[in-house]
Design a protein around this ligand. Structure first.
Ligand code: WT7
Length: 658
């Protein structure tokens, strides 16, 4: 590492400041019966393509592939020549195997008591009807269908109906604005929208249809709007509208699933880049389903006959695509599908759902875990969660303290926690512990999964030694990788394959610890440059969250005349902690002690909330504006834009020292 003058472009890769010595070995019974063992790493290392072939054989193919991988960098084709139907794999084959009565989804609406049990046989009938309905509307293989819905059963049914006929779905998260929906419809040139009158959100019906109407007014390419009646709200109708219950209910529940090519597109999912218009990430069929299904089997140790699995994400995000719909259904799992938020009608709702259904595997996000920490330990303690056996985390680096809290207060100190690193672009989990194999460290994603060749490299693309920091890359193609950016191959090349020669650049900072285990350090764009040191926001945030009074923290670099950038921290205190005049000094000292004086924040601001995107990621760009006293940028993708006003109001009392 080199140290340079402040503000100067530096060759230094990321500093490695945080040390963590805690380890949690897999429970013996889990290790003894685990789906995947240490031998799988060796097998995959010896013969990576053979390993993925065996994973693909877990699916049912109408025709076997002739070529496992065709790699014309950076364009990959997996299982070339193979044919399968994704919906058949997720639904019909389980019914044909005599498991039609097995529950696919326990659906739990937000209003208490509003629930529905859907077996695989039910799902088969509903998907067939919906596929027939789409065909009646003129939807054909390769056509794009936009889906803008609440978390109701018709949402996964719509995805599967598209998959069945080979139409490409483009799910737009139900919280997005009309203009976001319009631009995504235009970009994909969708011809149908599936939506609902609304959904339930925080105890009240929340309308979706007016947003769709506003968007569709600008989209002449849309021929039909299919509307599920969920809330019963009054809705305006247009001549493009058709009610789901009028259209779908009268269809036959028989539909032949024709096989599609392994490389036929399955879906587009838009992800917001740091700049410019959202990128339509394109996923195809055979490779995607292979990795979504295998990782769900391996990382969660799913036992389809006994587990009740719950991923709390929204299907509007890739987590919901891969780990509520395609992975679990391909594996014949029983899942919980929950419509609402964690605090409606009370802050114990998640734990009540765990207790009600006997959930055994829970997959959620660090932002939710830190919120539960803030609400207090006494809330989960009121519920019986002894059914849980594996816990997962995704979406952001999980701070060691939040990890340990999750393990202790949700997992009763017996459940392994798997911190799963992946992206919309990777399609499925890439770096993660395995619950029956790995002695996991709190906060570390640990190792690339078998069959995945990920690495941490320096500025020049050389692997960093143990103890070093740098950039996370993937060195070899993987089955569920994005195939391109929809309609823009050049953007695909520029964004992901140009930073380092022959490697996929994920945009995340990472370090390899002294044992060679991987820790994610946040987006490269968020790294702070303080007196010539590249300091990760994640490490400083984790140091803050390790203080008993802190529930959540966000850290940004603000321009500083002396150090180039200085660290400014926004901190939410735990429910039990009293704010007092000394807290800022106490926290600054705590960070200096934990990470070293270089990481000591210049300023600590105690705030009631943090600005987050709808998928729960902290919007550091906005916090940088506050920290540098700039006017606020675009806040339209915030969950609650009033949060920024609250934070700005705290500024006069900002506790700046030194
Ligand atoms: C970005 C991808 C993956 C599905 C949900 C988000 C961050 C995700 C982790 C993790 C550290 C993580 C990365 C990544 N991220 N999981 N376990 N540890 N960071 O999908 O919206 O495409 O975001 O989320 O920064 O690049 P996404």
């Amino acid at each position: 590492m080199t140290s340079e003058t402040p503000g100067h472009e530096t060759q230094e890769t990321l500093s490695n400041l945080l040390t963590e010595t805690r380890r949690f070995a897999p429970p013996a019974d889990l290790a003894a019966s685990a789906n995947v063992t240490a031998a799988d790493y060796d097998e995959a290392a010896e013969d990576r393509l053979g390993f993925w072939e065996r994973a693909a054989e877990r699916l049912t193919w109408a025709e076997r592939w002739t070529n496992t991988l065709e790699w014309n960098p950076p364009f990959a084709k997996w299982f070339v020549g193979g044919k399968l139907n994704v919906a058949y794999n997720c639904v019909d084959r389980h019914v044909e195997a005599g498991r039609g009565d097995k529950v696919a989804y326990y659906w739990e609406g937000e209003p208490e008591g509003d629930s529905r049990t859907i077996t695989y046989a039910d799902l088969q009938r509903e998907v067939c009807k919906a596929a027939n309905a789409l065909e009646e509307l003129g939807v054909r293989k390769g056509d794009r269908v936009a889906i803008y819905m609440p978390m109701i059963p018709e949402l996964p049914i719509s995805l599967l109906a598209c998959a069945r006929i080979g139409a490409i779905h483009s799910v737009v998260f139900g919280g997005f604005s009309a203009s976001a929906l319009t631009s995504r419809i235009h970009d994909a040139d969708a011809k149908v929208v599936i939506t609902a009158d609304g959904g339930f959100r925080r105890g009240a019906p929340s309308a979706l249809k007016p947003t769709v109407d506003e968007a569709v007014r600008e989209c002449p390419e849309i021929e039909h709007v299919v509307v599920v009646r969920r809330t019963g709200q009054e809705v305006a109708t247009t001549d493009k509208d058709v009610w789901w219950h009028d259209l779908v209910e009268r269809q036959s529940d028989q539909h032949t699933a024709v096989p599609h090519d392994a490389e036929d597109p399955l879906y587009i999912l838009y992800t917001s880049g740091t700049t410019g218009k959202p990128k339509g990430i394109l996923h195809t069929s055979g490779g995607y389903l292979t990795q979504a299904s295998w990782t769900h089997h391996a990382v969660f140790d799913l036992k389809p006959d006994t587990d009740v699995y719950w991923c709390t994400a929204d299907i509007g995000w890739v987590t919901g695509h891969s780990y509520i719909v395609y992975g679990p259904l391909a594996n014949g799992a029983t899942s919980v599908l929950y419509e609402g938020t964690p605090d409606t009608p009370h802050r114990g709702r998640y734990w009540e759902v765990v207790q009600k259904y006997g959930v055994t595997i829970l997959y959620t996000a660090p932002t939710a875990i830190r919120t539960f920490m803030k609400w207090g330990d006494d809330i989960p303690a009121k519920f019986d969660m002894s059914s849980l056996r594996v816990l997962g985390s995704v979406g952001e680096p999980i701070n060691p303290e939040a990890y340990v809290w999750y393990r202790t207060h949700i997992g009763g100190d017996r459940c392994p926690v798997v911190d799963t690193w992946w992206q919309t672009e990777t399609g499925a989990i890439m770096v993660s512990p395995l619950p029956g194999v790995t002695s996991a460290k709190p906060g570390a994603a640990m190792r690339p999964l078998p069959g995945i060749v990920a690495d941490v490299v320096d500025d020049q693309g050389n692997s960093v030694p143990n103890g070093g920091g740098g950039f996370l890359v993937v060195r070899e193609p993987w089955p569920s990788m994005l195939r391109t950016v929809w309609g823009d191959d050049q953007r695909y090349i520029d964004t992901y394959w140009s930073r380092f020669d022959g490697m996929y650049f994920a945009g995340d900072g990472a370090k390899r610890d002294d044992d060679g285990d991987v820790w994610l350090l946040g987006r490269v764009d968020d790294v702070m440059l303080v007196s010539g040191h590249n300091i990760s926001t994640t490490e400083v945030e984790s140091a803050l969250v390790s203080h008993p009074k802190v529930a959540e923290a966000a850290v940004v670099g603000a321009t500083d005349p002396v150090t180039g950038q200085a660290i400014v921290s926004f901190v939410i205190l735990r429910g039990s902690a009293e704010e007092n005049d000394d807290i800022a000094a106490e926290l600054r000292t705590h960070v200096a002690k934990t990470l070293g004086p270089i990481a000591k924040p210049r300023q600590i601001l105690i705030v009631p909330e943090l600005p987050k995107t709808r998928s729960g990621k902290i919007m550091r760009r906005l916090l940088r504006d506050v920290a540098e006293n700039r006017s606020l940028g675009d806040v339209t993708t915030l969950t609650d834009s009033s949060v920024m006003n609250l934070i700005s109001e705290q500024l006069p009392s900002a506790k700046s020292e030194d």
